[in-house]
Design a protein around this ligand. Structure first.
Ligand SMILES: CC(C)(COP(=O)(O)OP(=O)(O)OC[C@H]1O[C@@H](n2cnc3c(N)ncnc32)[C@H](O)[C@@H]1OP(=O)(O)O)[C@@H](O)C(=O)NCCC(=O)NCCS
Length: 185
């Protein structure tokens, strides 16, 4: 076996449980540093509580780490939503990759691949025949990884915003649509 193969065997992926909430939030914050911890925690609480449209399934990856309990530490996550509209997919709602992140120290060792494989198994087991995802145009690494894992490019979008002015809303009046998924990917 190659050294690369040995490294890959030390990765474990499973669905998140309530006991993983803090680790999941920390990984979400690493991917979406501009989101507040308060919002990221609220989503985790909602997911493990009554459920939320933002997240349908969460997968965590663990790498060997002698310093941690159970000899392993979380090193990546992937979360799916079920979207009512996924470009290029006719059978909806369809699973959509809302967040996919692997810590820098363990990248290029198959962790992202293992997370995506878990998401695909979850989706297939529920009768879905397509998995959607997106990324920013300048995220070359993500585009290359998506292609390497069998995703085909469907379309490129330019998003626009027109500021409408008016007073800044108070926190309690801010609206968050169901498709909200944090400020950056
Ligand atoms: C995208 C990301 C999740 C991939 O995780 P990873 O654990 O490094 O991915 P893997 O090692 O499983 O790579 C899977 C395949 O993708 C390709 N790939 C991944 N990163 C690559 C890179 N930097 N350059 C070239 N190819 C790459 C390779 O073909 C790789 O297979 P191989 O290692 O057998 O050649 C990770 O780079 C990341 O967290 N990036 C920052 C956050 C982000 O951009 N997320 C995606 C937003 S949608």
């Amino acid at each position: 076996m190659t050294g690369d193969g040995r490294r890959r065997r030390r990765i474990r992926v499973r669905e998140a449980t309530p006991a993983d909430a803090a680790d999941w939030v920390a990984l979400r914050h690493a991917l979406w540093p501009h989101a507040t911890l308060r919002d990221l925690r609220a989503t985790a609480r909602a997911f493990f509580g009554a459920g939320t449209l933002e997240v349908a399934a969460v997968f965590l990856a663990f790498a060997a780490d002698a310093a941690r309990d159970h000899g392993e530490a979380p090193c990546g996550f992937l979360e799916l939503s079920l979207r009512a509209h996924v470009p290029g997919v006719t059978e909806v709602p369809a699973p959509f990759v809302e967040g996919w992140f692997v810590e820098r120290r363990v990248r290029r060792r198959g962790v992202g691949r293992a997370l995506m494989a878990a998401a695909e198994r979850w989706s297939r087991a529920r009768g879905h025949r397509a998995l959607g995802s997106d990324t920013q145009l300048d995220n070359r690494r993500s585009r290359v990884a998506h292609r390497a894992l069998g995703f085909g490019e469907h379309e490129r979008l330019v998003s626009f915003v027109k500021r409408l002015g008016g007073p800044r809303p108070t926190r309690s009046k801010r609206l968050r649509p169901p498709s909200w998924r944090g400020p950056s990917r």
